[in-house]
Design a protein. Structure first.
Length: 123
């Protein structure tokens, strides 16, 4: 399972590096996100796992910050650094998420979560 995860993470950054070209970064991020959101909602609704949170504005803000802006930054970086380094930087997102949850929401992150984030980030 770990091999599959590393393979997917590593090759996704190579694919992103290959997509850098004449299309603007905003467009290359907008279309996948626009296609993925309805597909995700349909899948969750079909499997009866769709939960409707009360603060929808927070969910939308979180999606924009974690996914859209993250991919815009990633694609801008792909034009400047090698895809191997890009893969390492992108895999460190789980560490940043654990640290930000602690700083912004005062959530106590269990050691096992942080430890696993470090291991995932370094692989």
């Amino acid at each position: 399972m770990l091999f599959i995860a590393v393979l997917i993470w590593g090759t996704s950054c190579v694919a992103i590096a290959l997509q850098i070209g004449p299309v603007s970064v905003g467009v290359s991020v907008f279309y996948p996100m626009t296609l993925a959101a309805p597909l995700l909602f349909a899948t969750l609704a079909a499997t009866k796992r769709l939960m409707l949170p009360a603060p929808w504005w927070f969910v939308i803000l979180l999606a924009i910050c974690l996914f859209s802006l993250n991919f815009v930054a990633l694609r801008n970086a792909a034009a400047l650094i090698p895809s191997g380094l890009l893969s390492v930087v992108f895999s460190l997102a789980s560490i940043f998420n654990a640290v930000n949850a602690r700083m912004l929401f005062a959530e106590k992150t269990p050691f096992r979560v942080f430890n696993r984030s470090v291991v995932d980030g370094l692989l």
